[in-house]
Design a protein around this ligand. Structure first.
Ligand code: FUC
Length: 747
């Protein structure tokens, strides 16, 4: 539960998020006029039909030889400043668009208290995914309840009072745009419009029910409930967006929205609530973390403000809450049937949000899904898979037109309209490695879940096509004859060079995964041989520099006082698996990470939790979790870059899992980086690669019991100090449970 003693005064810092993946709501809990800012995830300006025109980021005119000329210059000069390259390979963004707020629903409550009563409480129950606002006024208890149901595709709210007839309210829709009409008739409000920029049709419908009192449809498009015992509403919203290249338009939303709102209304409030809670709990309740936290009776903003160094039981309460909040937010912002979680999940109150609230793919979208498999929410990856699938057609055209090659590609940022080309922000526009990196999650989904069918139909086609792009685009480095990515740009840092560490490590990871998958699926031997031969000649992107650091670039250019937020050259440590703990590369990675320091934006700190956990330094991982809570977390526990950016929430939850369980080398490692400030505890329901669900109890920093439930029949290896010889390898049988140790640690 997260809770507060006052209404939210600020959307970003204080309002409480609810969501069903497609729909999102921010609850303010304001007394005289409840504000419910809401979103539908496909409501985007830009794309085909945009008033500005749209080119998918592809060069508007062919530039024959442009990339080759940059490559040749890098061969001779070794480095080129980013502005010079952006001038030659970039172009201004046109028609990219931005994620839009759908608007606000206001519930005007006449006679509500004008100051916040002492009894006021605004809460979000993470287990139920229900927000409540409660207060006492004129001797009557008042209660508001809100949720967004993925089971029924509606936003639901209810106002009730302890005294008969005490609920009076007017329901009103507003939007910062003027492109809509809102009309009311009977018990229904209909909002209908088209985005001025691209003509996208959108519609929302709301129906109000009440017990006692009366309901009036007003001429200004609002509805008023007067003197009821309780009132409730359902709201459905949609657009005519479809994720199909090249038009990205589908059916008018009217029929779908009407059906959703009417079906839900027919079910009644209690049924909708029960169906919603069951749907949410089926995902949320799978994981439980107990780190002997003591939840004090203070509001969450005070809990956050009081956080010091993680040494106390109340600090642990916040850490455990923050861990589960990441899981909550992923469930709320990524369910099948819509787009994946964007930079703000599904929540956006603006018509021009930061970075368009888009899909940045040089770290951010990938980070959003780091927790999905290991924190037992594999179903939330369906929208991501679909997004990647939908990107391949435009990405294939970009590969052909810009690079003259096979495969598919996407650069630094993308939108729901297949923007796979480039813009011209010098320090970020060039990142063709993004497609390869995006496919990593698909392969991880296979490694965790083990479905060969999924590998064959979903993961492998995207991976293979990304690999084909790099088979066609690697170039021999005249310095040493290895194959390198060029031009290569380590995200948002330094100059253009050939063979920066991250470029090489990503391609290494892609080829390694694709080769494994090709073997499993028995793809053509010629393809496998070509991949293996290319991998053998590939510069692996691992090099140790003059001060013992892992080099970010192929030449030794790293500055020991540089604290840039991107730590791209450690990709092979996390999320990759090229840098194994105990190796000299890991030692060098540690030198680099130490030099970069414990600061950074929200997502940067979150990544560092994962890095330190992979380096088996639980205390430093925990320190980074503390840094994130102290300086990159808002009172509503949203991560802040600043501004609000959800990747840090997801990255932090992933980091906590990495402290407790790792399996990237196909060995299930129990408590690989347990911090000393969590001496006793237990965790239930984490997932390991190979199809295992793992429960762990520990006392005084040592595991006392490990329970593993196998979801597939296959050989598994478990590593833990609890096991004789430190490791056990056995044939696990699907559906069976295996236990080592006892709950008390007695044997
Ligand atoms: C990447 C980061 C920025 C920001 C942006 C949305 O480009 O370098 O810090 O997170 O994405």
């Amino acid at each position: 539960m997260i809770w507060y003693t006052a209404p939210a005064a600020d959307w970003e810092r204080e309002a409480l998020p609810l969501g069903s993946g497609a729909l999102g709501v921010m609850v303010f809990g304001t007394l005289a006029s409840e504000r419910l800012q809401f979103n539908e995830k496909t409501l985007w300006t830009g794309g085909p039909g945009s008033a500005q025109g749209y080119d998918f980021g592809n060069w508007r005119a062919p530039r024959p030889g442009a990339i080759a000329a940059v490559q040749e210059e890098i061969d001779t000069e070794t480095r080129i400043g980013p502005e010079a390259v952006a001038g030659r390979l970039g172009q201004p963004r046109v028609g990219f668009g931005a994620y839009q707020t759908f608007g606000d629903l206001h519930l005007d409550v006449p006679g509500a208290p004008t100051t916040t009563p002492d009894s006021y409480r605004r809460a979000l129950d993470l287990g139920e995914a229900v927000a409540t606002v409660t207060y006492t006024h004129e001797q009557a208890g008042h209660q508001r309840e809100f949720f967004v149901s993925h089971a029924d595709h509606v936003i639901v709210g209810r106002l009730a009072a302890g005294r008969p007839g005490a609920v009076t309210c007017t329901v009103r829709y507003t939007s910062p745009r003027t492109d809509f009409t809102a009309t009311s008739a009977g018990e229904r409000i209909t909002v209908r419009g088209e985005l001025a920029d691209n003509g996208m049709a959108f519609e929302a419908q709301l129906r109000v029910g009440h017990r006692g009192g009366s309901l009036t449809a007003n001429a200004d498009g609002t509805l008023t409930v007067t003197g009821a015992d309780s009132a409730w509403f359902v709201l459905a919203a949609g657009t005519d967006y479809a994720d199909t290249y090249p038009d990205y338009r589908g059916d008018d939303p009217h029929a779908k929205v009407t059906k959703a709102v009417d079906d839900a209304f027919g079910k009644g409030y209690a049924t909708l609530r029960a169906r919603h809670v069951a749907d949410h709990r089926a995902l949320f309740d799978r994981v439980a973390l107990d780190i002997r936290a003591a939840v004090p009776d203070v509001s969450t903003d005070r809990l956050l403000a009081g956080y010091t160094d993680g040494a106390s039981a109340t600090d642990r309460a916040l850490e455990a809450l923050f861990f589960q909040y990441g899981r909550y937010l992923l469930i709320a912002s990524s369910r099948p049937g819509s787009l994946p979680a964007n930079l703000q999940g599904v929540w956006n109150q603006s018509t021009s949000p930061p970075w368009s609230a888009d899909y940045h793919v040089n770290i951010n979208l990938q980070m959003n899904y780091w927790l999905a498999e290991a924190a037992n929410l594999a179903e939330t990856t369906a929208p991501y898979d679909r997004f990647v699938e939908a990107m391949r057609a435009p990405g294939r055209r970009t590969a052909k037109e810009m690079f003259g090659s096979r495969g598919w590609v996407v650069h630094n940022e993308t939108n729901p309209y297949g923007f796979t080309g480039v813009h011209n922000w010098a320090t970020s526009f060039w990142f063709p490695e993004a497609a390869a990196w995006l496919t990593t999650q698909l392969y991880e989904h296979y490694r965790f879940g083990g479905s060969t069918d999924y590998l064959r139909t979903t993961a492998y086609p995207a991976m293979k096509e990304a690999a084909e792009f790099w088979l066609d685009n690697l170039r021999t480095d005249p310095r040493d004859g290895t194959l390198v990515v060029t031009p290569s740009y380590s995200p948002e840092h330094g100059d253009f060079t050939a063979g920066a560490a991250m470029s090489q490590q990503i391609v290494h990871d892609l080829f390694t995964n694709t080769l494994e998958a090709a073997r499993i699926l028995g793809d053509a031997p010629e393809f496998r041989e070509q991949l293996a031969a290319t991998l053998a000649k590939l510069d692996p992107g691992l090099r140790i520099g003059s001060w013992g650091q892992l080099q970010e670039w192929k030449a030794d250019l790293d500055g020991p006082t540089d604290d840039h937020r991107h730590v791209s050259h450690l990709f092979g440590l996390h999320p990759g698996r090229q840098i194994e703990p105990g190796s000299r590369w890991a030692d060098a990675a540690k030198v680099s990470l130490t030099a970069r320091g414990d600061g950074g934006t929200g997502w940067s700190k979150a990544w560092k939790i994962n890095f330190w956990a992979r380096l088996r330094d639980g205390d430093h991982a925990h320190k980074m979790l503390g840094e994130q809570l102290k300086s990159s977390t808002l009172p509503n526990l949203w991560d802040t870059h600043p501004p609000f950016q959800i990747d840090g929430n997801f990255g932090a939850t992933s980091g906590v899992v990495e402290m407790l369980l790792q399996s990237q080398y196909d060995v299930i490692e129990v408590l690989p980086a347990l911090p000393s400030s969590w001496p006793d505890g237990s965790v239930r329901g984490l997932r390991a690669r190979g199809g295992a669900t793992v429960d762990i109890d520990w006392v005084a920093g040592r595991p006392t019991r490990i329970t593993l439930t196998a979801s597939r029949t296959r050989e598994l290896t478990v590593r833990s100090g609890l096991l004789r010889g430190g490791e056990v390898k056995f044939k696990a049988v699907a559906g069976r449970r295996y236990t080592w140790g006892t709950k008390t640690g007695a044997s």
